[in-house]
Design a protein around this ligand. Structure first.
Ligand SMILES: [Zn+2]
Length: 526
């Protein structure tokens, strides 16, 4: 059997105490760790065909696990969709769209993603008139960085037959100008008014996106991920890739049950377990995002009369959760604002009484209060959080949240102190820089990209942050054979140029992944 010995490594095992004795070598056989120990001991176990790699003092740790990342969308921005996340102004975004329009005259719809008006010098939302200035004769649809708001040009409104008399779905907003006509902006479930008319991607196109995203994941040391919003076609694409042996990273898929802009639920899928592909949790959205003021708050956003949007109907949500949990599945619900978190926890408490063992988790958990955290601990509700938001979206939080909210924004330390199972992740492409070490850095420094501190008392240690991107991420995804360098676990690991435990907090994001291994095979080398 193929064996691999890696020696002279500084090993962070992530078992108790992080460092395992004075081990400096690992032996891998059949894609799993077979032994961990001193080089001299493990050399007794090798044979002629064993491949030996000298790590030359590099740090070896488990592969990183991004437990909330929209993989196909990350790939889409590398393939079929225009990425406008780098635009520093509305004008710059418009010129990017214009250039794309000239470059690709044959695309039927121009789709783009990634604007953040809070980062623009104009500081306002775009509308249809802005887009019409650069593209008139072809539909344009631009999704905000949060994916909970989008803007369309006049041609798109015309094709989708959206006008002032259009019936707006519950849980969504169609924004209008002074005379009551749609101004091109939509949020939450109302996105479907336009999005449902976009030419659907084929399964093959989805696979191209996934392959493209995977290359980026490897380069960042990510060997496992959870896609937290998978529709039936994407589920099929993932499944086929896994059966064909071409997934090549550990993927946990969370099927969505309620589609945007539609009221008919998708069927609840069966659970599925294999070495590379798992389905064990279904996904719901209870509110929107903080950076665009669509998360549901109990109080107003600073200086406004806005409180965001609650999207779920309690009875339907309870019924669909019960159907999924009866099949043994877990539930993950997107909830960011305190009103949404409370709504979800109330439902979860009732479900927990009937289903003592199923996984219940809250995706994001942006603004919980003390009582919420106590309930989560008592009812075994896990949290999947994103400190990485602080870096790119911190300016939005500072702008839209009052001091009390800001003080408990993504309060990871408080969550951990309550004993709540917590993983960290990127939610990319909501953020452009999905480097897990950036997420770890912001968890430890609590600083945005301009150096502003956000709730600094909620900083956690480097060890805690690393755990939240590896072993806790494995636990929360219910994929137990990964997340540690331990005998019997899959040999998914990375070699780093620097030991994170000995790196200054504000330099963590500069750590380089030198090599990435999945199943004991090197899949990326710098
Ligand atoms: Zn997300």
């Amino acid at each position: 059997m193929k064996t691999l010995l890696i020696n002279n490594a500084n090993i962070l095992s992530f078992q108790d105490g992080f460092v395992q004795g004075n081990a400096d070598a690992v032996l891998i056989e059949g894609g799993k760790f077979k032994a961990i120990g001193k080089k001299e001991e493990l050399e007794q176990l090798i044979h002629q065909q064993t491949v030996i790699v000298n790590a030359a003092g590099k740090t070896l740790m488990p592969g990183l696990n991004d437990s909330h990342i929209h993989i196909w969308k990350v790939g889409n921005l590398r393939t079929f969709m225009l990425d406008v996340r780098a635009a520093k102004s509305l004008d710059e975004m418009l010129s990017m769209i214009h250039t794309y329009h000239m470059q690709y005259p044959d695309v039927a719809w121009i789709t783009a993603r990634g604007f953040n008006e809070a980062a623009w010098k104009e500081g306002r939302m775009p509308d249809k008139n802005d887009l019409d200035k650069v593209v008139k004769n072809k539909p344009v649809y631009v999704i905000r960085t949060c994916a909970h708001i989008a803007v369309a040009n006049s041609k798109a409104l015309e094709i989708c037959k959206v006008d002032k008399d259009t019936l707006v779905p519950e849980g969504g907003v169609m924004y209008t100008d002074n005379s009551g006509y749609p101004n091109g902006l939509f949020s939450e479930t109302a996105l479907g008014l336009i999005a449902n008319h976009l030419p659907a991607y084929t399964k093959e196109e989805l696979k191209i996106m996934v392959r493209s995203a995977r290359e980026q994941l490897y380069s960042l040391g990510i060997t496992a991920a959870t896609d937290p919003a998978v529709d039936p076609l994407l589920l099929q694409a993932y499944h086929e890739m896994s059966l064909a042996g071409e997934l090549c990273f550990r993927l946990n898929a969370m099927p969505i049950i309620l589609p945007d802009g539609g009221n008919t639920p998708f069927p609840v899928p069966d659970g599925y377990t294999s070495s590379f592909f798992n389905i064990n949790t279904v996904k719901f959205f209870s509110d929107g995002g903080l950076s665009g003021k669509t998360s549901a708050l109990k109080r107003y956003y600073k200086g406004t009369k806005e409180q965001g949007v609650l999207r779920l109907k309690a009875a339907q949500y309870a019924q669909l959760c019960t159907a999924a949990m009866s099949k043994g599945l877990g539930i993950g619900t997107h909830a960011i604002g305190d009103a949404a978190i409370e709504f979800v926890i109330d439902q979860y408490k009732a479900l927990r009484r009937v289903f003592p063992d199923n996984l219940l988790k809250i995706e994001h958990l942006g603004l919980p209060d003390q009582k919420h955290l106590e309930d989560m601990a008592n009812y075994h509700i896990a949290a999947s959080m994103q400190t990485i938001f602080l870096s790119e979206l911190g300016k939005n939080f500072i702008r839209y949240l009052d001091q009390d909210y800001l003080n408990r924004c993504y309060p990871v330390k408080s969550v951990l102190q309550h004993g709540i199972l917590t993983a960290l992740s990127s939610d990319a492409p909501v953020v452009k820089d999905l480097n897990p070490f950036k997420g770890i850095e912001t968890a430890v420094t609590r600083k945005d990209n301009e150096g502003n501190s956000i709730a600094p008392q909620e900083a956690i240690t480097i060890q805690e942050a690393l755990k939240a991107y590896t072993s806790s991420a494995a636990t929360i995804s219910a994929v137990s054979a990964i997340g540690e360098v331990a005998v019997g676990k899959y040999a998914d690991f990375i070699l780093l140029n620097q030991n994170p435990l000995e790196t200054a907090p504000d330099k963590l994001s500069s750590i380089q992944v030198e090599e990435t291994y999945v199943d004991g095979n090197c899949v990326f080398k710098k």
